[in-house]
Design a protein around this ligand. Structure first.
Ligand code: SF4
Length: 434
């Protein structure tokens, strides 16, 4: 079964453990009927996650789906290993042979996994795979991690680097677009690869390394550019690095007097929540003010494990915001999005950005019309807590940056009155002399 590769050994901190002498064996031949036909609905219920007053121990409870998946495919793996992020990273499912042991693959998925040409490799942690439907290829989470042949088609307006990040890079792996902040790419490794990733052109290819020589160039650029007060550390997934390497990066940045705040963008609480250990949180809290943007897509990602990860981060004093990409057939309806936003709030994550899907090559099957995003924001604003309404933005192709989009609530003017529409569609006058 999947052993950790050299790429991950170097970058994700698993080098501080020896790989297991025997590789994990899946049991694909006889899948218990209980797993293939779950007795419970596939949607994860609130009561499975948020039992009021339930203490969050070191090992969280799992959902029925995860327990059934483990029993079916990893029966010999003890909790100690399953809950170890190094084990999860080492045992990622990464190719056709591994994926067809746990999924009933469609012809299209099988072809996409066999043919080369997709920009992004496939990779899914065993934990995240436990949330993926074995049979239903249209299941939202499955669509986001299992490639299809649609990725091989380049649609109108699509590009490998639609946001023009490469053109705004003064030194390798550093993007300086907005005046007072920079994006620092520390690694191109992620434990699971999202099929709509904006950085598909580089992620998973082993070219962006957290080596000191490259990062020193980036630190030096930031040192001699005093206008930079905010550094967003991203990738790939920065939390794929070991605690020690991440601590070194954060310390270097903290040592620059004009850097006021640090941010980390990560999908680990959704795809590998075991990464959020007490030791990691102890290290992170040394570097305040530190913010985190957590990538969540669908309410089914909000599991007890994710809840524990977010709770640990929040308890470490880290303000948490979410980033969600609007994806056709995944989260493009008001009810799904509302459920996601509610669950994020329950996990102490403030919904922050809802992104229109960037026009990266091979992403047309994921993109919705912009009117769909506006409809979703309209379905949230006024219909749920204001804290649960994210900012809907388009990252402008060619490097224009994030442009916010809002449904139009100003319906006109009548003399000195502004005419406004509320969330119910009723019109109101507001005195606004011209
Ligand atoms: S976690 Fe982020 S960087 Fe990694 S594949 Fe997904 S979208 Fe791309």
């Amino acid at each position: 079964m999947a052993g950790i590769d050299a790429e991950a050994c170097t970058y994700c901190g698993v080098d501080d453990e020896e790989p297991p002498s025997t590789t994990v064996q899946l049991l694909p031949s006889r899948v218990p009927s209980r797993f293939s036909r779950p007795k419970r609905p596939s949607v994860i219920a609130e009561r499975d996650i948020f039992a009021p007053g339930a203490p969050l121990g070191r090992t969280p409870r799992s959902t029925f789906q995860t327990r059934a998946f483990r029993k079916a495919f990893y029966p010999g793996v003890p909790d100690r290993e399953w809950n170890d992020w190094h084990w999860q990273a080492r045992n990622r499912l990464r190719n056709l042979a591994q994926l067809e042991q746990v999924l009933v693959l469609s012809e299209d998925e099988r072809a996409a996994l066999s043919e080369s040409g997709a920009m992004l490799p496939a990779s899914v942690t065993p934990y995240y795979m436990s949330l993926v439907s074995r049979d239903d290829r249209s299941q939202p989470l499955r669509r986001t991690v299992i490639p299809t042949r649609a990725e091989l088609d380049r649609g109108r307006g699509e590009a490998d680097d639609p946001l023009g990040e490469d053109g705004d890079s003064p030194v390798p792996g550093l993007v300086h677009r907005y005046p007072d902040r920079v994006l620092l790419l520390v690694t191109d490794f992620c434990s699971s690869y999202c099929r709509y990733c904006t950085r598909s052109r580089m992620v998973g290819h082993g070219r962006v390394n957290p080596n000191e020589a490259r990062l020193e160039q980036a630190f030096e650029y930031i040192r001699r550019t005093p206008m930079i007060r905010d550094v967003l550390i991203s990738g790939g997934d920065p939390l794929a690095l070991s605690d020690e390497r991440l601590d070194w990066i954060l310390s270097q940045l903290r040592g620059i007097p004009h850097v006021e705040m640090l941010r980390i963008g990560t999908k680990m609480p959704a795809v590998l929540p075991q990464r959020i250990t007490p030791e990691l949180c102890r290290m992170l809290r040394k570097h305040h003010p530190l913010f985190m943007s957590l990538h969540f897509l669908h309410p089914d990602e909000c599991t007890p494990e994710s809840m524990q990860a977010c709770t640990r981060l929040a308890d470490a004093g880290i303000p948490l915001g979410s980033q969600t990409v609007l994806l056709a057939g995944v989260n493009d309806d008001v009810e799904t999005m509302k459920r996601l936003m509610h669950r994020l709030l329950m996990m102490r994550v403030r919904p922050y950005y809802l992104y229109q899907c960037d026009p990266i090559s091979g992403s047309a099957h994921f993109r919705t019309p912009v009117s769909k995003g506006l409809e979703i924001i309209e379905g949230l604003r006024g219909h749920t807590s204001g804290y649960g309404v994210p900012n809907y933005v388009i990252d402008a192709p060619g490097g224009g940056g994030k442009i916010p989009l809002q449904p139009n609530y100003v319906v006109g003017r009548d003399g000195d009155d502004l005419l406004l529409r509320n969330f119910r569609g009723n019109t109101y006058r507001y005195p606004d002399p011209v």
